[in-house]
Write a protein that binds this ligand. Structure first.
Ligand code: CP
Length: 289
């Protein structure tokens, strides 16, 4: 194991070890095991959670982090992505954490560098550390996940978070239903519905997704307000049900989840973010310690 580009780059045993290490890290039990390791972050798309939590994770374990400011880098002078990566690689980093709008970029970098490549999100393809932190959050709440029911709600077709979660949560035996308007549903073998009311009474967890407007070029899907009227997770919809609610962030307030539900203790959005630091520490340990 050298790179993390999709969740299935890790075996089940490796994932269990990551979850185990993350639990220790969450309790504040960690040593500088990455002392003298150098990590470069390359974010060609914006990020609040993933970039910051990787930096905190790396620093907590003693690594040095160098951030390439893409807007001020020589990519703006026409240097290709592969040449950029090869030049950074020549400086001897142990890992490069990359986010890019185009699916497949981490795979290309992995072919042209000696460093471990960690995918921090590539187009609509994959976001493996988000899925790992979602798995961690679900297991901390439920324990065993086999047979637990989850509805993934929203712009599934354009979501790397959905792709990675479908890949990972099915390996852990979760029963997944995809819930979205027809234009946001992918081709899939999974159960699907356009009606949130069909599933809300029969799930243990809901994963709401942001509408990925940045990936909707040349397509018109109606207004976010129209979407919200059928797919926003509201306090009224959830009622007193014994469920938990996840969302990878950033949340479109009152489009994806309403204000009241965001304040509800069943909403685990900030818990996911906190868990993300621990999971990313565990991923860095797995790949470069
Ligand atoms: N969940 C997630 O990827 O958030 P950021 O885009 O802020 O990193």
């Amino acid at each position: 194991m050298k790179h993390l580009i999709r969740t299935d780059d890790f075996t089940i045993e490796q994932i269990i070890q990551v979850l185990h290490d993350a639990e220790h890290y969450l309790q504040g039990q960690f040593d500088p095991i990455l002392k003298e390791k150098i990590i470069i972050t390359l974010f060609f798309e914006n990020s609040t959670r993933t970039k910051s939590s990787f930096e905190i994770a790396a620093k907590r374990l003693g690594a040095e982090v160098v951030h390439l400011d893409v807007q001020k880098s020589s990519t703006q002078k026409g240097e290709s992505l592969v040449d950029t990566a090869a030049n950074l690689d020549a400086m001897g980093p142990h890992a490069m954490i990359v986010r890019h709008a185009h699916a497949g970029v981490p795979n290309i970098l992995a072919e042209h560098t000696h460093a471990s490549i960690i995918n921090a999100g590539d187009g609509a393809h994959a976001h493996p550390t988000q899925a790992l932190l979602d798995l961690f959050t679900l297991r901390r709440h439920f324990g065993e996940l086999k047979g637990k029911k989850i509805a993934i709600v929203g712009d599934i077709k354009n979501s790397r978070v959905a792709n990675s979660n479908i890949e990972l949560l099915t390996r852990f035996g979760m029963d997944i239903t995809l819930v979205a308007p027809p234009h946001f549903l992918p081709d899939s073998y999974l159960k699907m519905t356009h009606n949130l009311h069909d599933v809300i009474h029969n799930v243990d967890a809901i994963m709401s997704l942001r509408t990925q407007t940045e990936r909707h070029s040349h397509q018109t899907y109606g207004s976010l307000k129209d979407y919200a009227s059928d797919f926003c997770i509201t306090k009224e919809l959830v009622g007193e049900r014994d469920i938990i609610l996840l969302h990878p962030g950033p949340v479109h307030r009152n489009i994806d989840i309403d204000d009241m539900m965001l304040k509800d203790p069943r909403c685990k959005v900030l818990e996911q973010v906190r868990n993300g630091v621990a999971i990313r520490m565990a991923v860095l340990k797995a790949l470069i310690a």
